[in-house]
Design a protein around this ligand. Sequence first.
Ligand SMILES: NC(=O)c1ccc[n+]([C@@H]2O[C@H](COP(=O)([O-])OP(=O)(O)OC[C@H]3O[C@@H](n4cnc5c(N)ncnc54)[C@H](O)[C@@H]3O)[C@@H](O)[C@H]2O)c1
Ligand SMILES: CC(C)=CCC/C(C)=C/C=C/C(C)=C/C=C/C(C)=C/C=C/C=C(C)/C=C/C=C(C)/C=C/C=C(\C)CCC=C(C)C
Length: 584
Amino acid sequence: MRITSKPSVRPLGRAYSAIPLQQQAGRRYVKAWGSKAPYPLLTRDIITDAPTDVEYDAVIIGGGMGGLATAAKLVSKGASVVVLEKYLIPGGSAAHFKREGYTFDVGSSMMFGFGDKGTTNLITKCLEAVGKKIPTVPDPTQVVYHLPKSSRFPKGLEVAVWRKYEDFIAELTERFPHEREGIAKFYGECWRVFNSLNVLELKSLEEIRYLMNEFVQKPVACLNLASLLPVNAGDVARRYMKDPELLKYIDIECFIWSTVNADMTPMISCGMVFCDRHFGGINYPIGGVGRIGEELATGIVEHGGHVVYKANAKEIVMEADAQAEGGQRAVGVRLADGRVFRGKTIISNATRWDTFEAMIGPDKLPESEKLFRQRYKKSPSFFSMHIGVKAEVLGDEKDCHHVLLEDWAKMETARGVLFVSMPTLLDPALAPPGHHIVHAFTPDWIDNWQGMETDEYEAAKEKLADELCERLEALWPGLRAAITFREIGTPRTHRRYLNRVDGTYGPIPSRRPLGMLSMPMNTTDIPGLYCVGDSTFPGQGVNAVVFSAFGCAHRVLADLGREPTWPLLDKGYGKLLAAVRNAA
Ligand SMILES: NC(=O)c1ccc[n+]([C@@H]2O[C@H](COP(=O)([O-])OP(=O)(O)OC[C@H]3O[C@@H](n4cnc5c(N)ncnc54)[C@H](O)[C@@H]3O)[C@@H](O)[C@H]2O)c1
Ligand SMILES: CC(C)=CCC/C(C)=C/C=C/C(C)=C/C=C/C(C)=C/C=C/C=C(C)/C=C/C=C(C)/C=C/C=C(\C)CCC=C(C)C
């Protein structure tokens, strides 16, 4: 057994440079190693420059899903765009990396938004914007829960969330037969949300002309959503269900994607997640999650945009502007190497903390940002193990995603919930023949990893990884002995390679929120500066971040005069929206 302990995200390894290069879309690509499929993967031969003597319509800091999806929508409308990515590959926390024949997803492998109907299939739609499509494999389940033992469930509560809604409801009702009606009503409310979302054209809620049109054309859907904006899932769940164990189940249903319990989770997000998994389904992109970012980056370049790697944004350049509120405007981005990219608009895909504190200055925080920091705090990061195992240890396992929790009291504590993704059950070419990938991760705080000497840090990583492997053995006995490769990442790894302060995955409410009302959208109090990604409405998750990108691109296009708007009304509406958000 070979166990290594290296950072989980690094440049593509040496093995890949030996593979014959293909020229595609003006860039260099290699064929994926160990696979016959023609997946293009960026090599180290990457693009590191773009013109600095022009003013772009948009300069985007960060090539995560938020930045790339915004760029894709903008270039598809003819805007000139440059994406500045600090790292060597596109995709951010939704990228992938290769080791010894394995293609590992950096984050989890559970992909929403890949459906082929409705309006909420946002990943399909943003790929389409730049003429791309990725084949996917349907996941038979979203997730299988392995939850704590109790007097009613002496072996533990196990629930599979089947792709087919009726199968899932039948399984949950079988576990809680006395709550048949409540279960149907709660998930029925989720469908009311989803069906409303799934008829709207999803664009910027900060643009009045679009919003009024949607209200006129789909009044019932819009009123439904408006009434649910301040509502949290826990309140709706308790309205219909009484069994404390079932309510805990609803908590973990929310926790696995919001990292908070149902009382802190907005009902609209809940409706989106709990129904899209059955409507569009969970679908895995063949070749790995990182294919999404790669295809988007290629499409952006094909549409005349630029994606620049090794571009470390250090400062958002401001200039005096008598027309702008506050007298200053964001006009460019200065990189660590001194280059300045100027733009009519500047969009940051970095977290709010990395954007405002690090690139503008903690002493220049607008009031709205101070308020945001009182209401939201950084979500935990993750401790993650990317493991290669001999295939036989998984037996006849079919389900890609599992969640393990042995004690309800630990659900919201560090290292409590253990998440598992095994994407090779859907795309075997991601591992060498006869092997599978087991990616196990658990929420963790950076504080647990600070102030350690290197040896102590390495030993702590190995110790925790061993403990998690032991927990996995409850489901797959013999797993430890079947490991052929193991690579460990801590919150420090996430901070370092994803440029996220404390390794956080975005904001979580620090007090009970009014649903989504107080989440900031894409505009900021700094004229010319927009934010996109998981620290904007509606929060964490690839599909959520892509929605934030659709909103951002639409708002920017309206401000550039490339989408119709009603300027006077629009301005007043923007102010009203900000006032409601700040008061919420
Ligand atoms: N469903 C899933 O399984 C899954 C998997 C992975 C990720 N996710 C979600 O994706 C979301 C993240 O998406 P996102 O787009 O908001 O963020 P991201 O972290 O993925 O992307 C941000 C990008 O900005 C870059 N960046 C940061 N600072 C920079 C700087 N100063 N200069 C240049 N580049 C810089 C980073 O390198 C990164 O590529 C997370 O919330 C997570 O929940 C979900
Ligand atoms: C006035 C105003 C403002 C308004 C009016 C009314 C209206 C019209 C409204 C509207 C609204 C809207 C449109 C909204 C929207 C929303 C949305 C789209 C949302 C979305 C969401 C999503 C989400 C949240 C998602 C998420 C996901 C995730 C996070 C995932 C993750 C995963 C994981 C991590 C897990 C894993 C697991 C394992 C491995 C097991």
